[in-house]
Design a protein around this ligand. Structure first.
Ligand code: ADP
Length: 356
């Protein structure tokens, strides 16, 4: 493990004029951890990352890397390297020169530059491309070079700002795996910003879900998926999105769509309005079960291994179902569905998770 360095943010704030965009973030990042900041566009992910990088001034609070207060240090003094969405390669330079340029500018001896460039090229499997220019590379190869430029600097911490957003869907998946492999191989602390919950789920040791400049939840992918603390996180993590159904709390469960479902606990004062959260993948097409509903299928999407059914409950509320069986279900079919009641979530009117 090289250079594994932890990080801490204490009450970090950012305002642009009178507009507060980051409202006091506290976060600990363990040495060698892969942390993903995820949230909708405008939630402050990039601003937070740029403050860690030193590209954006901190309005208030403290950032430390490896136990050293870096809040007022220049980016070059922080031991970080950043990879951006736009590769920003020099078009007239070869890949080799692009990789070595930063080191050369820092007066690194040529032999050392050559060694580091060769090592980075090997890690990223771009050795055959070293003499090409960026214009002769695919998008994925260019992004590899951009990552290579970060690797040659031997930073303590890697910062990634939506690095895969410019790539097509297939390349995004393969580069995602490359980045995971890179993390495993280098062992560095990495902070990665994305609006894509799949990227967050697949890459992160720790996910930080942000909304409007605040942390909504911090946890492992499994924690945020299985135990979302509120309705925002529940709706943001998971695809297709969790179903939210309006209902009421009942003695020992919840009532919705004309039925009472036993949950084994009373989530709130019976009769209180609540939102019931059920993930599409937790609903089965089944004639049996404690929580069987008849639904009508409005339309369906056939994806091969799975089928998404967009259905309506007896009370008119919508329900998305992920159907993984081979039997195809068609539009206008009426089917019986049930779900595992242990996986049902209940949220208060203010969006807080209630109960277990
Ligand atoms: P994200 O990366 O999550 O999409 P950003 O960090 O880019 O979000 O932006 C967070 C908020 O800060 C947004 O509301 C954005 O409009 C605002 N913002 C970002 N940069 C500036 C700026 N230079 N001046 C004023 N507001 C800004």
């Amino acid at each position: 493990m090289a250079n594994a360095t932890g990080m801490a943010l204490r009450q970090v704030r950012k305002s642009y004029g009178s507009t507060d965009v980051i409202h006091g973030i506290d976060l600990d990042v363990a040495a060698g951890e892969f942390v993903v900041f995820v949230g909708p566009s405008g939630c402050g992910k990039s601003t937070l990352l740029r403050m860690i990088a030193g590209l954006e001034e901190v309005t208030d609070g403290e950032i430390s890397i490896g136990g050293r207060d870096v809040t007022d240090l220049d980016p070059s003094q922080r031991g970080i390297a950043m990879v951006f969405q736009s590769y920003a390669l020099y078009p007239h330079m070869s890949v080799r020169d692009n990789l070595g340029f930063g080191l050369k500018m820092a007066n690194t001896p040529k032999a050392e530059v050559d060694t580091r460039v060769a090592a980075a090229a090997k890690i990223l499997k771009i050795e055959p491309l070293l003499e090409r220019r960026p214009g002769q590379l695919s998008g994925g190869q260019r992004q590899r070079v951009a990552i290579g430029r970060a690797i040659v600097r031997k930073p303590d911490v890697f910062l990634f700002d939506e690095p895969l957003s410019n790539l097509d869907a297939e390349l995004r998946v393969s580069m995602r795996i490359e980045i995971a492999r890179l993390h495993k191989e280098l062992g560095n602390t990495m902070i990665y910003v994305t609006h894509d919950q799949t990227e967050a789920m697949t890459l992160a040791d720790k996910i930080v879900v942000l909304r409007d400049g605040r942390i909504e939840q911090v946890g492992t992918p499994r924690e945020v998926y299985e135990h979302p603390g509120n309705i925002f996180v529940a709706g943001f993590i998971g695809s297709p999105k969790m179903n939210f159904i309006e209902g009421t709390a009942a003695e020992g469960g919840v009532a919705f769509a004309g039925r009472t479902i036993a949950l084994g606990y009373t989530p709130a004062e019976p009769g209180t309005a609540v939102t019931i959260g059920i993930r599409p993948e937790h609903i089965e097409v089944s004639e049996t079960g404690e929580s069987t509903f008849s639904v009508s299928v409005d339309f369906s999407e056939y994806l091969g291994g799975t089928q998404y059914l967009y259905a309506t409950l007896p009370d008119g509320q919508s329900l998305t179902i992920e159907h993984r069986e081979t039997t195809e279900i068609f539009k206008n079919d009426t089917i019986l569905v049930s779900c595992d009641t242990r996986l049902i979530k209940v949220f208060s009117a203010t969006g807080h998770h209630l109960g277990r």
